[in-house]
Each structure stands twice: as C-alpha cells, then as structure tokens.
Design a protein around this ligand. Structure first.
Ligand code: PEP
Ligand code: MN
Length: 353
C-alpha cells in the first residue's frame, strides 16, 4: 500500500502518518517526490486496513500497489532515482552516465594503481576491483581481502575515483561497507536474502548484479529486499544470463534495460565484460548498452590481461578503454546524456606513490 500525501502536506503531517503506520506494526518509507511525498508501507503481516490512515490530515489518497515489488516500483516513485556522491561528480541515474572500470581482481598495489591511473585519465569516475572473489574453483585466486580494500582506498585518495567492490558474505560486507563507496552484491548472491537484508541495513549504496538465471521480477524483488530495510540507494546491473548460446560466456540481455526503466525508478547499468566473457565483444556491447539507454557501464580493464589472476580473457586494454570512452561520448550525446571528460593527473614517480 502507498499513502500519497497532498502536495502541500507539512513535514509534521508526513511524520504523523509514518508514526501511525509504525504503531500498527508496519514499516513506513517516506519517499519525497517533485510534486508530493509518498509513503510506502511494507511488512509481512498481510495487507493493511486503510481505514486508520485515510482520514489523517495531509493524506490525499491510499493506493494498493498490485505488483509484488513495491518500493522499487515507479508506482511508488515516479522520478528516476539519482545516486550521487558528496564532493564528486560521478553519479548513477541522472544525465551523466556512471562509468565504472578496473580489473576483475585487485592483484597488487602496482597493478591496481597502473590501471586506476589509466581509467581515471580516460574519464571513469568509479573504480572497480574485487578483494573478495566468488570463484568457481576453490583453488583459484580468492582475492587479497582487506589488503585489497586498503589499496582501493588509496586509489580513491590519489585519483578521486569512487570505489566499488564486492561483498561476498556477512563478514566481508562489514569491511567493504567501511572502505568502499558502493557495495557490490554479485550475481551468485542475488538471492542471498540475508546478505541483501544486511546490505539494506548499512548506509553505502549497493550495486546489485542480476543472478545468472534471474527473471526481471526476481531481480526487482532482490532489490526490494535492500530497500525494504531502509537503503534506497540501489543500482541494478545487468551482467548476462545463462542460455544455450555458447559463443559468449553469458548472454547479455540488453532488453532488460528499458524493461526495468519502465517498471522501476532505480538506475540500471550494464556489465559487458561478464556479459560476454570475450574482450573483442566488450566494445560493441558497451556501445549497444549506452544506445539502449543504460545509466552506466561496468567494464573490466587490465594492462596485462594475459597474466591477470582472474578474467583476463574479458578484460580490455587501457587503450581500448580510452577509445571506448570516446565512442560512447558520441552515442550518449545523441540521447542527451553525458559521459564525463578525460582528465590529467600530475605524474607519479612510481605506480602508486
Ligand atoms: C564481478 O563483477 O567481479 C563479478 C564476479 O561479477 P558477477 O557477480 O556478475 O559474476
Ligand atoms: Mn570478473
């Protein structure tokens, strides 16, 4: 259920309605909009009786939200959610595309700084890199753990890049939430409901990757778990799904971008690296993702992919990333969107210092 407040409802009236909802054992989610505030009601006690709220002052109307997902739905919030970061011009969901680039894994300080410098110069505002890696084999590189997070925090200081990295479980979530600007929940954890709830209880924005066999509704329901705990800053990420096709690692489902945008106010970005698994397809699918209206890209970049400890085959070279940024600037402009300009940094004596 959704309570729509009158356009001129006061803060006290909104607060009183929220208190009433909570006193009935439900959770109230006030969502300010351009015209009016709406208050989403969630809870697992079944549908709420509207009677108690209908007559409260400032209330315009009560609407039953028929979809299983509520807070992520455009029924509850019509305007796009824009996720911004204080003191930084990187964002997701607005006119600017959120461009995230970096290696699959943080492998060393030198590797991470070398790549960060290149992607920052090319114009990316977000740096990715796994410190906790969900690997198919228990014998494969599992990530540098907290040392990797520390390297990323140094990169933020040096290049002003915002940091996105994956939390695999409760323990890593706490550390990732401490160091990173955005907590990534990976495809394999998209339906790890206890982890989603925990991600909803911490303050950092969450990038939620689509599960490899998840429907659109399952994807949005997973996001709903995070919002239902009070964290409304969620970025969705399409990263390909499993199909019979075997010419790519996964099948990148670009049609989900306009489908999500129709149903939800949350930003959605595309990861063409895991989506295709092949370096030569990352450029074309990145261009297509921008053309289809994605709110950003997440791209794996490595300066020496033949020796990468994970996902070298799908990592593009820094020069290719540079070229890609120039191409997508032109595509974005046609759609009245913007990809930020390349930047220069004073030279570092040695990678990292
Ligand atoms: C990643 O982005 O590093 C990753 C492991 O992706 P996914 O969860 O989509 O497989
Ligand atoms: Mn990877």
């Amino acid at each position: 259920m959704l309570v729509v407040m009158k356009a001129h409802a006061t803060e006290e009236q909104v607060r009183a309605v929220c208190e009433k909802i909570e006193s009935l054992g439900y959770r109230a989610h006030p969502i300010p909009g351009a015209q009016r505030t709406a208050i989403g009601i969630t809870g697992n006690k079944g549908a709420m009786e509207p009677g108690a709220l209908e007559e409260m002052s400032g209330v315009q109307e009560l609407i039953q939200v028929s979809k299983p997902y509520k807070l992520v739905s455009r029924d509850v919030k019509e305007e796009d959610t824009v996720i911004q970061f204080p003191g930084s011009d990187g964002s997701f969901g607005g006119r600017d595309l959120g461009i995230v680039a970096g290696p699959c894994s943080i492998e060393s300080r030198e590797q991470a700084f070398t790549i960060a410098e290149r992607v920052a110069k090319a114009g990316a505002r977000f740096f990715r890199g796994g410190a906790y890696k969900p690997r198919t084999s228990p014998y494969a590189f599992q990530g540098m753990g907290e040392d990797g997070l520390k390297i990323m925090a140094e990169i933020r200081e040096r290049y002003g890049l915002r940091i996105i990295t994956e939390a695999l479980d409760d323990e890593s979530l706490e550390l990732v939430a401490e160091y990173a600007d955005v907590v990534q929940i990976g495809a394999r954890n998209m339906q790890n409901f206890s982890l989603l709830k925990k991600a909803g209880r911490q303050r950092k924005p969450v990038m939620l990757k689509r599960g490899m066999a998840a429907t659109l509704e399952e994807f949005l329901m997973a996001a709903e778990y995070i919002l239902s705990e009070g964290n409304y800053r969620v970025i969705l990420c399409e990263r390909g799904v499993r199909t019979f096709a075997d010419h790519t690692r996964n099948t990148l489902d670009l049609s989900i971008v306009p489908a999500v945008q129709r149903l939800s106010h949350l930003p959605i970005v595309v990861d063409p690296s895991h989506g295709t698994g092949k370096r030569n397809k990352v450029g074309p699918l990145s261009r297509a993702a921008v053309a289809v209206g994605a709110d950003g890209l997440m791209v794996e970049v490595h300066h020496d992919p033949d020796h990468a400890l994970s996902d070298g085959m799908q990592s593009i070279f820094p020069d290719q990333f540079d070229e890609l940024m120039q191409e997508i600037r032109q595509i974005a402009a046609i759609l009245h969107r913007n990809v930020q300009e390349s930047r220069t940094f004073p030279a570092t004596a040695k990678a990292g210092r």
